[in-house]
Ligand binder design. Sequence first.
Ligand code: C5J
Length: 221
Amino acid sequence: MPTIKAAPFDFPFERDSIALIVIDMQRDFVEPGGFGATLGNDVSLLQAIIPTVAALIGGFREAGLPVIHTRECHRPDLSDCPPAKRLRGNPSLRIGDEGPMGRILIADAPGADIIPELAPASGEWVIDKPGKGAFYATGLQEYLDRRGIRQLVFAGVTTEVCVQTTMREANDRGYDGLLATDATESYFPAFKQAAIEMITAQGGIVGWAAPVAAVLEALDA
Ligand code: C5J
């Protein structure tokens, strides 16, 4: 069986059942004036991975394999945003408040859009998710199961929040998950490193990790 060179051991690559899931590469996290910036974060750290995420998406598209995108965002009436989420963060600019890119983290605001460099292609599924994990309150599991997808390559932001949460949800549901280490980023480099170690420790307790070049090599083989 073909493999992707990965940690903690080679990933058994199944071309017929693999998909790429790109988590929350939205203006709200990556550009100044969005949700990430309201929390005091340096968004330029996240901008640095745009070319590697684009290369990974390009590899999946060229191989004719599914690409799924997610957006963390809420309904305009905030009915899917619990107070436990809304009332934390920056008290002067909360989820739903008017910011420089429209209402913060609201589905129809410009800030919730996926950045133009990584715009979904026609036919690619874009999941709007109210939580950090992409399985919570979405039809993701049914979507994957209908298509026979059992393996997921993960990219996007932020590594230790939405990416890791979704990887853990996938792992508990029986999917094999591989994190593309240079196509994910955190506002906190130490948290990214820790997340990779947590995922791959103990014989891959959450999954695998590999650089984009290793994934592309397997896609090309
Ligand atoms: C965060 C995310 N960090 N997409 N969301 O709040 O990781």
